[in-house]
Ligand binder design. Structure first.
Ligand code: ADP
Length: 350
């Protein structure tokens, strides 16, 4: 069946992306809660219909590691895209902090009994392992079953729910949609593999060039970088600044690839109060050699030597994940609570 606007009750806004807003909606006929993304495009109805036809392949993208697609329609010059509602939001909102600083302002962190600082959501290796295996299985599914690469792997495009499921969204199935929103070079943190940065000329207006000059291994790089960011709590490359707009891109192309932080490496932004769980057992800071090696294989700068999905899935770290029963629902609940308390805390502080 086809979804249309009349069937939907609009609820609150869930977030804003680079090219549209996402709202929570209720689909009246089925009573299913959905997330609806609005993408504003200045296109005629022939082109909009073309995009809808291309999006139709998403009905085949049924996997536990992919956010389910319910349907798309357009009204005037906006495409509305309805998908599974993920009640935990993005991994970025749960694990990544823009300034790499998760400590509270002194006035709040020193307040006695502050629940926000005493009930953190540390990310232990078992959680990181499950996130990595879910993302890899999602990407391998897109490649094997739909014959597409993702093209925009990053922590904001990985969604979480309270069941503890980790699913990918926002992948590039519609070439026409890609071209219309020109999603390359948006945002101030690049997840692009070195070969994508080298292969795309910033002055080129031909987006098609940029889409054909790299392959699925570019997504493997972005996967590895996302895992490093999630583990560290912050994006590992320097920010782009007004003084040096290419600082970040040249670090990706010319610098040493980042990895999981060493045990004694203070680079991890997580402060002491999030390095222990309820039992006082340190978690999250001691990444196994297997985890480090898995990430290292994703972040090999030469695309031909970089890991493939079958290679990553057969890696000892993924075997460890399969044998472990990571309690992702418990982690998700704590991470969501911690994030939402932090938001409330900052709202009070501001
Ligand atoms: P971006 O352009 O940065 O990729 P999106 O437009 O895809 O961002 O989404 C913006 C925000 O909306 C996300 O960061 C997330 O918090 C929220 N969001 C997107 N899709 C969903 C969904 N299916 N369920 C719940 N929240 C969502």
């Amino acid at each position: 069946f086809a979804i249309n606007m009349e069937q939907l009750v609009l609820e609150h806004e869930l977030g804003r992306g680079n090219y549209g807003t996402v709202k929570k909606v209720l689909h009246k006929p089925t009573k299913v809660a959905m997330a609806m993304k609005e993408i504003r495009l200045e296109l005629d109805s022939t082109r909009l219909n073309g995009i809808l036809m291309e999006l139709d392949v998403l009905h085949r993208a049924v996997s536990p590691f992919i956010v389910e697609f319910y349907g798309a329609f357009f009204v005037e010059s906006c495409v509305y895209y309805c998908m599974e509602y993920m009640d935990g939001g993005s991994l970025a909102s749960l694990c990544c902090f823009p300034n790499g600083n998760v400590s509270l302002p002194p006035s709040l962190s020193s307040s006695p009994g502050s629940a926000w600082t005493s009930s953190p959501a540390p990310l232990a290796e078992e959680h990181l392992g499950r996130i990595a295996s879910s993302m890899t299985k999602g990407l391998a599914f897109l490649k094997d079953h739909l014959g597409v690469m993702h093209r925009d792997v990053k922590p904001t495009n990985v969604l979480v729910n309270r069941k503890g499921e980790i699913k990918l969204c926002d992948f590039g199935v519609s070439g026409q949609l890609e071209k219309s929103i020109a999603r390359t070079n948006v945002g101030c943190q690049s997840y692009m593999a070195p070969e994508r940065i080298k292969g795309s000329s910033p002055s080129s207006s031909n987006v098609d060039d940029a889409f054909t000059s790299y392959t699925v291994s570019a997504d493997v790089w972005s996967l590895g970088l996302s895992i490093v960011e999630i583990a560290r709590g912050k994006y590992p490359y320097p920010p782009e600044t007004y003084e040096n707009v290419f600082a970040q891109l040249s670090a990706i192309v010319d610098g040493e690839a980042p990895g999981l932080p060493d045990d004694d490496d203070d680079d991890s932004s997580l402060t002491a109060d999030v390095s222990e769980n309820g039992d006082g057992r340190p978690v999250g800071r001691k990444w196994s050699p297997e985890a480090r090696d898995w990430v290292r294989r994703c972040l090999i700068k030469n695309a031909d030597e970089r890991a493939t999905y079958p290679g990553l899935l057969a890696h000892p770290w993924m075997k460890m994940d399969a044998e472990r029963n990571a309690d992702m629902a418990d982690w998700a609940a704590r991470a969501i609570e911690w994030r939402d308390r932090g938001r409330r805390g900052f709202a009070i502080y501001e």
